[in-house]
Design a protein around this ligand. Structure first.
Ligand code: BGC
Length: 712
């Protein structure tokens, strides 16, 4: 990768004399004149990103880099007043280098917000929009013009390594969450990039995999969320994915990027490639892919030559250049915004805690939660209990200033942590850190493997209750495996059995906490637990949010955004997904991808069609461990009859009154289904016992079903 950069940087643009354009400078209202004034070389320069300098500034040095660690830039054309703008990951918060050599006295940490999955489980669009506003504000204050998110691919299969960044197995939930996030971020005057468009549903061989899918399934499932996000929130940009769609790279797929995205849906922004390297750049431009990221200088030369040889129409290049200029004039950089480099991290941390608590899902509760006052000491089991996994790995990582740990959060709530158990785990973690250099935080941290608990430790433990934390890490560049990941490892299973046996024998309870980025198997062990709480990968304040739920300070109101199957092979897509990929074989982004015809690696048949998630299980009645939309509360709600009305534009408004009939304050999620699939949803405010709220859900004409059925 570095060699390629070094080599290509030796290439210099041919020194064509520039036309004299005295005084012409880019403005919001003179884009056509600027396009006319640009030379062919300059046009090609504008559509090719500025390379790896910012992203690799930790290795290459910070010289000439405005925001170290930002994923990419565009190239400036100073003679026409066209600045370079800065693009930065990502979907769970701003990912830039937290320290700088040139500014040693300052830090540049960003808030690690709850990941996409837990946000979606909140079903709370207002909350997600608020998180978006805070993320957008951090981007703005760190000098960033476009935040590269939201990640919004559909969760086709639970083993996709990047599911933590994504929202749901349902396109309406994904699309609405993405729209809320986009509105929030863009309200701050910075752009977003809805990604990865489209059908990027596996990480294995992501740069070469051909997603083979029929058009109805593509439109109704995999594109629908993007359609909603475009129609409801107009992201400034979209990111075309690495993979192919039915034989053509999405990045050079004119049907996808122009006919569907622009002509049908009315997308007004720009499309950039995912961080790809060079393919056929002219073909990408002609398809409607406006910006090549991260951008190699050889792509500039390639474009110039393709236009000169008549292989690429200059007017197609002009269209892309125009879109780039239209983006640039909207940015804080163009407007000369004086960013502070000190966003209000304290206020955002508070929001991160609230948002995490809103998405935590209570799966099981047999008279265990909220914790009674008699519980004074809790024993925390599991490595992730002491090294919480706040987010996944890869570009979705955020360099957070800190991560609250569960013991710390329990103590802050005046609950003691069993010292004997804590010592066992802390000794183990200390040894591991000493043995193995700590994983770089650049791409996120792995969780060390579990070890077998010895009986002695359990005997010395005197806690009133046990918290058994099961942690999972995954991320960009690899899919999850079945063994020791979707399934509990033998050690985890034995430890869980040992802890539950010891506690139950003593008449004490065990709460299992799932600190996971994607679905795991629960059916075979859930009977052992007295309560199960999914706190997902909840961001830097997640442990505090978890304790808010355990103590009842916050009533759980999260609902599953995806199905938890009984067996992995119950899922139709399991027949066509690389579940035994060993997490390998996908980081070939910059190498030439050779199609060896390997099933589920070089191509993947979406043979299950629409039978994804609850669509399959509801239709067939096949049993699941926990269904889509499931989540318990500490209170109860009733709902009135549905009121349905039609608006003049063909939208349907569905209203229902929700009443808290239980004894604790809490929020309730209302879901509207039509033709058997989710059509809309809303979350109430926090209702006191006895309080009511009428929620109204608007269903746009393009989502309108034939029949409605209200469920919760
Ligand atoms: C990821 C994108 C990310 C980009 C820039 C790629 O590898 O797929 O999601 O925005 O890198 O970091």
């Amino acid at each position: 990768m570095l060699n390629l950069c070094t080599l290509t940087s030796l290439f210099l643009l041919s020194a064509t004399p520039l036309p004299r354009e005295d005084g012409l400078r880019l403005q919001e209202d003179n884009i056509p004149a600027i396009v006319q004034a640009l030379t062919l070389e300059e046009k090609a320069t504008l559509v090719v990103g500025g390379g790896f300098k910012s992203m690799l500034s930790g290795f290459l040095g910070e010289k000439g880099v405005r925001v170290p660690g930002a994923a990419g830039t565009t190239r400036a054309i100073p003679r026409l007043g066209i600045p370079s703008i800065v693009l930065s990951d990502g979907p769970t918060g701003v990912r830039i280098e937290p320290t700088r050599k040139r500014d040693k006295d300052k830090t540049f940490y960003a808030t690690a917000f709850p990941t996409g999955t837990i946000l979606a489980c909140s079903w709370n669009q207002e909350m997600v929009e608020q998180v978006g506003r805070a993320m957008g504000n951090e981007a703005l204050e760190y000098g960033i013009d476009v935040l590269l998110g939201p990640g919004m691919n559909l969760m086709r299969n639970p083993l996709c390594g990047r599911n933590f960044e994504y929202y749901s197995e349902d396109p309406v939930l994904s699309g609405r969450m993405a729209a809320a996030m986009i509105r929030g971020i863009q309200s701050q005057g910075v752009g977003t990039s809805a990604k990865h468009f489209a059908l990027n549903n596996q990480e294995t061989n992501r740069a070469g995999n051909d997603a083979r899918v029929d058009e109805t399934t593509a439109r109704e499932l995999y594109l629908k969320g993007f359609e909603i996000a475009v129609k409801e929130a107009q992201p400034w940009t979209m990111m075309s994915s690495y993979n192919k769609l039915n034989g053509e790279y999405t990045q050079s797929n004119r049907w996808l990027l122009t006919e569907v995205l622009r002509d049908e849906w009315g997308f007004e922004g720009l499309v950039m490639t995912d961080w790809t390297g060079r393919r056929n750049t002219g073909r990408q431009i002609a398809a409607g892919n406006d910006l090549m990221e991260p951008g190699l200088k050889s792509q500039i030369r390639e474009l110039v030559s393709q236009v000169k040889k008549g292989k690429l129409a200059e007017k197609d290049l002009d269209i892309c250049v125009t879109r780039i200029l239209e983006l640039i004039v909207k940015t804080p950089t163009f407007k000369g915004y004086a960013y502070s480099e000190s966003p209000d991290l304290q206020a955002h941390a508070k929001l991160a805690r609230e948002a995490a608590a809103d998405g935590i899902v209570l799966l099981k509760n047999e008279g265990t939660l909220p914790l009674p006052k008699t519980i004074q000491e809790v024993a925390v089991f599991g490595v992730a209990g002491y090294q919480t996994c706040i987010g996944g790995m890869g570009s979705g990582t955020v360099h957070a200033p800190y991560a609250i740990q569960i013991p710390q959060a329990l103590q802050a709530a005046s609950i003691r942590v069993s010292p004997s158990i804590q010592t066992v785990y802390e000794n183990y973690l200390q040894k591991r850190v000493r043995k193995k250099r700590k994983a770089s935080s650049m791409l996120g941290e792995a969780i060390p493997p579990e070890f077998a608990l010895d009986a002695q430790a359990l005997e010395e433990d005197r806690a009133d209750m046990a918290l058994f934390v099961i942690g999972r890490q995954a991320g960009e560049g690899g899919d999850r495996r079945l063994e020791d990941d979707f399934l509990l490892s033998d050690i985890e299973r034995k430890n869980l059995e040992a802890v539950t046996t010891a506690y139950h024998r003593a008449g004490k309870k065990v709460i299992v906490v799932l600190n996971i980025g994607g679905v795991i198997e629960t059916a075979s062990w859930k009977d052992l637990a007295d309560a199960i709480v999914v706190d997902w990968q909840p961001g830097q304040e997640g442990a505090a949010a978890l304790v808010d739920i355990l103590t009842g300070t916050v009533n759980p109101s999260g609902r599953l955004a995806m199905t938890f199957p009984i067996d992995y092979f119950d899922i139709p897509s399991s027949a066509n997904f690389p579940y035994d990929s060993q997490g390998k074989g996908s980081m070939n982004t910059f190498r030439k991808v050779r199609d060896r015809g390997r099933r589920n690696v070089d191509f993947t048949e979406y043979a299950e069609g629409m039978a994804v998630g609850y669509r399959y299980f509801n239709r067939t009645g096949a049993p699941v461990s926990y269904p889509f939309g499931f989540g318990l509360s500490y209170t109860e709600f009733t709902r009135s009859e549905i009121q349905q009305a039609e608006e003049s534009d063909g939208s349907v408004i569905v209203c229902v009154t929700v009443k808290n009939t239980g004894h604790a304050p809490g929020k309730e999620v209302v879901m509207v289904y039509g033709d058997g699939v989710l059509k809309g949803f809303a979350k109430t405010k926090r209702l006191e016992p006895g309080e009511t709220e009428t929620v109204c859900i608007r269903i746009a004409p393009y989502l309108r079903p034939r029949s409605f059925l209200m469920v919760s």
